[in-house]
Design a protein around this ligand. Structure first.
Ligand code: ADP
Ligand code: MG
Length: 251
């Protein structure tokens, strides 16, 4: 269990983050924080800037303005590998495994290039096997990534991210395309991840999953955070119902 002081500790701070593409401001003065041990749902309509925010936080894009701190250290516009080494890992909306590598080798890459780089291949392999088992891929270490089903490729990408030993894990629509049973399994997995250490921010459209698993929900609309609070409060917020759900309510 986390101590109360653990819950108070700020892990990620994002302030005034802004990014435009041509004339379009995809992310506009976005400000929010994540504490250690939290699971945060990151929701909003398509095109509201969720993935762009993740791309800015992980260094795939440089912001036009704004700042990002991890545990008090500014990491704004660091290169992606440096941000990974500091302890932020992510999965992609469209999974990006190394298609022709085995599941084991995919996850070993995470162990070797992560926050606590593992130099010995045998150690990386044994850590990778443990991580594969943790995400439900025990026994599939030798399967090529491209031969796995969608749900298994998603698990593989999660395992690769976890193998970097992140302090903060960003999940971009991890549950999209899963059936209801698989969503339940994925929700349990997210809870277990938090128990092992990292805070989690999850972009997710499946409302029951976000509401069921998040300690806090942040709602984006047109690149700005329009609500930030406990799931029940956010679901009742008229601004959210208007902007995000078009007035139909959360159901
Ligand atoms: P979300 O993940 O919330 O659906 P995105 O962050 O992907 O939204 O996109 C926000 C807006 O920025 C959208 O209008 C999208 O078309 C635009 N956008 C995102 N990435 C790029 C890019 N690399 N080049 C141009 N426009 C982009
Ligand atoms: Mg997206």
């Amino acid at each position: 269990m986390l101590s109360a002081s653990g819950l108070d500790r700020r892990l990620l701070d994002v302030q005034g983050l802004t990014k435009s593409f041509g004339g379009l401001a995809a992310v506009k003065g976005l400000t929010f924080s994540v504490r250690e041990g939290e699971i945060v749902g990151f929701i909003g309509p398509n095109g509201s800037g969720k993935t762009t925010a993740f791309n800015l936080i992980t260094g795939l894009l440089a912001p036009d303005a704004g700042h990002i701190w991890l545990a008090g250290e500014e990491i704004t516009a660091f290169r992606p590998h440096a941000i990974c080494a500091k302890g932020i890992a992510r999965t992609f909306q469209l999974v990006k495994p190394f298609a022709h590598l085995s599941a084991l080798h995919n996850v070993m890459v995470g162990a070797i290039y992560g926050r606590e780089p593992v130099a010995a291949l045998a150690t990386a392999a044994s850590q990778a096997r443990e991580t594969l088992a943790f995400v439900g891929l025990a026994g599939k270490d030798q399967v090529e990534a491209r031969r796995l089903t969608l749900v298994d490729r998603k698990r593989l990408e999660l395992a690769r991210a976890l193998a970097t030993r992140p302090r903060l894990l960003l999940l971009d629509e991890f549950m999209a395309g899963l059936n209801p049973q698989e969503v339940q399994t994925a929700m349990a997995l997210v809870r277990r991840i938090r128990e092992t250490g990292p805070a989690v921010v999850m972009i997710e459209h499946i409302v029951t999953a976000v509401m069921g698993v998040s300690d806090r929900v942040i709602v984006l609309s047109a690149g700005q955070a329009i609500a930030d609070g406990p799931p029940e409060a956010v679901a009742r917020d008229p601004k959210v119902i208007d902007a995000y759900l078009g007035g139909v309510g959360v159901a």
